[in-house]
Write a protein that binds this ligand. Structure first.
Ligand code: DGL
Length: 208
């Protein structure tokens, strides 16, 4: 096996969304090697049960450990919401596991205004993990959560920056009241960030 410093960091998602995370990590840690796993066989994760997603996390984690990974990034909010709900999962994976929800909550809770929106899959929004953790950190926030289940499959199918994506995004986002910041609670969503920004005319801080 390679010495620890040369071993790759495993990154996974249900599809291409986690590549937005891998790209961001690569920018910060340019000398790291990465091994990316896109579980397109099970996409969309957002519509799967927690039990099914638990098993995907364990199977993919085990696979990436066997490939020599020294750490695992769950580059998927739906899987992160399951990971954060079931602490026994961390005990079953003998390497450092980093999810994408906790870092966003820590960044957002005190520094992005008090009117916070969250969009994500049915799994992520239904779990209540973002909302609960944000309010634990800062009970003064007003948090509005909205499941936007069409977005990830739409993006995965390449419907980006066209009239279909515009209509879907508009229809979902019109349901929000006034917002100061919006958490893009799915790693596919940065791929339509300019369209979301257009909808809000640049007046809402978008966090991914
Ligand atoms: N990119 C994922 C997330 O952050 C998964 C989307 C899906 O497969 O439903 O939730």
């Amino acid at each position: 096996m390679n010495s620890s410093s040369n071993r790759p960091v495993g990154v996974f998602d249900s599809g291409i969304g986690g590549l937005t995370v891998a790209q961001a990590i690569k920018k910060t840690l340019p000398n790291e090697q990465f091994l990316y796993f896109g579980d397109t066989a099970h996409l969309p994760y957002g519509e799967k049960s927690s039990n099914a997603i638990k098993q995907y996390i364990l199977d993919i984690g085990q696979f990436l450990i066997e490939k020599g990974c020294k750490a695992l990034v769950i580059a998927c909010n739906s899987a992160s919401s399951v990971f954060d709900t079931y602490p026994e999962l961390a005990e079953q994976l003998p390497i450092k596991v980093i999810d994408v929800i906790i870092p966003v909550v820590q960044e957002v809770a005190h520094s992005n205004g008090s009117e916070i929106g969250i969009i994500g899959t049915h799994q992520t929004i239904g779990s209540g993990v973002y909302e609960n953790k944000l309010l634990e950190e800062n009970p003064g926030l007003r948090v509005q959560s909205l499941a936007t289940p069409l977005l990830a499959p739409m993006i995965e199918e390449g419907f980006i920056n066209n009239k279909i994506s515009k209509a879907v995004i508009h229809d979902y986002l019109k349901q929000f009241d006034h917002l100061e910041s919006l958490i893009l609670g799915c790693t596919h969503y940065p791929l339509v960030k300019p369209e979301i920004n257009n909808y809000f005319e640049g007046k809402v801080n978008l966090l991914d």
